[in-house]
Design a protein around this ligand. Structure first.
Ligand code: PHE
Length: 452
């Protein structure tokens, strides 16, 4: 029965699809901001160390669980140990929560692409433009619908003809555009100060919070703890070397994040005369500050257009992985066919995305946890559910099925797994400790919010 499960046809197909999931909005607007705020080069170093240890161990785990069981998270955990099936359920909830609001933001990206390509950079540079747009009722919903439709079209086409084909085309284009824009930006007047600020360590901004921020960013950025890599692993061939693939995905994800910083930090510096406070996080950076920056630059209309194309590529390959994960969960659970399942998920996303979109306009009186509807979903999935799932996964592997199960899978068909010693230590000891710290800090900040 599991024999007719789809497969990625090649190693490169698998890597580009997984990297497509990993490289997303988080790499482009969140990573540069975190680096700038939390100590520049020191943050980069901490992030890199965490990526090759913690990120590596968790990604190997998830892909191995998927490949071993040939099932998505909901089936994979109980297949390995009946009592631990609930972790699969929790992991499956994450993409179900994220996809609708992620697609709302995806819609904003398409909107900004159309704004720049139609030569309205000056209008977009106005302070009130973004808030005017997201608080309106129909327009953001229409762009959201377009984004979800594109995502669903790829997922309906399946693993090989849809996801693999699209990733093989989109990811190289994304790399070329990102490097191209960052080179152009770095050669502008006044950009060099920004490059220095981005790369040089500034220890004064470094603290324990830096490690927590780097860690939080890391597993969001690598699409961990949401069942995605389990699903993609379930489509990976036994003959593909798992350790090498994970290393390549990590490099890809981190390199794009790094180049995104080289495009955004110097651009904002050149524009603001070296004021780092303009590097605020969140939608404000991408949809308010950057349009102003582009509008002030030579060839800004072209640059803005190219920028939003690359953000779109990053976002859509991530939303595809989210939708594919939900579809494969339902297919594994209910044995429906791909087409029907995709259409059901499409309907669900359309329905659930609308409140997130309206939350900035006519429904802005609804403030769960004191936030907008979109931010509340984001908080619950990223700050609460994901650390819990990651922690339970480490515990499950470290003490229930034992690291050897994962190591054996990574070494299938005589493949080498050089870092297995490191893997074992991280999964059993290091990762759980840091994850508990992240969880506690998220909960405390939520309580802070509730008190306020
Ligand atoms: N990894 C993606 C990023 O860095 C985020 C993402 C979240 C992807 C959820 C898929 C699902 O932006």
């Amino acid at each position: 029965m599991t024999d007719n499960r789809s497969n990625f046809t090649s190693k490169i197909g698998f890597i580009l699809a997984a990297a497509g999931s990993a490289v997303g909005l988080g790499n482009i607007w969140r990573f540069p901001y975190l680096v700038a705020q939390y100590g520049g080069g020191t943050f980069l170093l901490v992030y890199l160390i965490l990526a090759v240890t913690f990120g590596f161990a968790l990604m190997v785990t998830e892909i191995a669980i998927g490949r071993k069981t040939r099932l998505s998270a909901i089936g994979a955990f109980p297949a390995l140990n009946k009592k631990w099936g609930f972790v699969g359920v929790l992991a499956s909830l994450v993409p179900i929560i994220i996809l609708p609001y992620y697609s709302v933001i995806g819609g904003w990206v398409i909107k900004y692409f159309t704004v720049f390509i139609s030569g309205q950079a000056t209008a977009a540079a106005d302070d009130a433009y973004f808030s005017g747009f997201i608080s309106s009722t129909t327009e953001p919903i229409v762009w959201f619908l377009i984004f979800v439709t594109i995502t669903a079209a790829v997922v309906i086409l399946g693993v090989e003809k849809g996801i693999e084909a699209v990733s093989k085309f989109m990811m190289p284009v994304l790399v070329v555009l990102t490097i191209g824009v960052s080179i152009y930006v770095c050669t502008m007047d006044g950009a060099w100060e920004g490059v220095k600020y981005y790369i040089m360590p500034h220890m004064g901004d470094f603290s324990f919070k830096t490690v927590l921020a780097a860690m939080g960013q890391l597993f969001y950025s690598m699409s961990l703890a949401m069942g995605i890599m389990i699903t993609y692993g379930s489509y990976m061939k036994k003959s593909t070397n798992l350790e090498h693939s994970v290393r390549q995905i990590e490099i890809f994800d981190t390199a794009i994040a790094f180049f995104a910083g080289l495009m955004i930090v110097p651009a904002v510096f050149a524009f603001s005369g070296g004021d780092p406070s303009k590097l605020n996080a969140g939608p404000g950076l991408m949809f308010i500050t950057l349009p102003k920056v582009f509008n002030s630059m030579p060839f800004g209309t072209i640059l803005g257009t190219v920028f939003f194309v690359l953000v779109f590529l990053a976002a859509v390959t991530s939303s595809i992985s989210l939708m594919e994960t939900i579809v494969s969960i339902l297919m594994d659970r209910f044995h429906w066919n791909r087409k029907i399942t995709s259409i059901i998920v499409y309907g669900y996303v359309l329905l659930m995305g609308i409140p997130s979109s309206l939350g900035f306009g006519v429904w802005d009186f609804i403030k769960p946890l004191g936030m907008s509807i979109l931010d509340a979903f984001d908080f619950i999935s990223n700050s609460i559910l994901m650390p819990i799932v990651a922690l339970l996964t480490c515990f499950f592997v470290g003490y229930i099925i034992k690291p050897k199960t994962i190591i054996d899978e990574a070494e299938a068909e005589g493949a080498s797994f050089k870092a297995k010693g490191l893997f074992t230590v991280v999964i059993k000891w290091v990762a759980p400790i840091i994850l508990v710290a992240i969880l506690v800090s998220s909960i405390l900040s939520a309580m802070g919010l509730l008190v306020l």
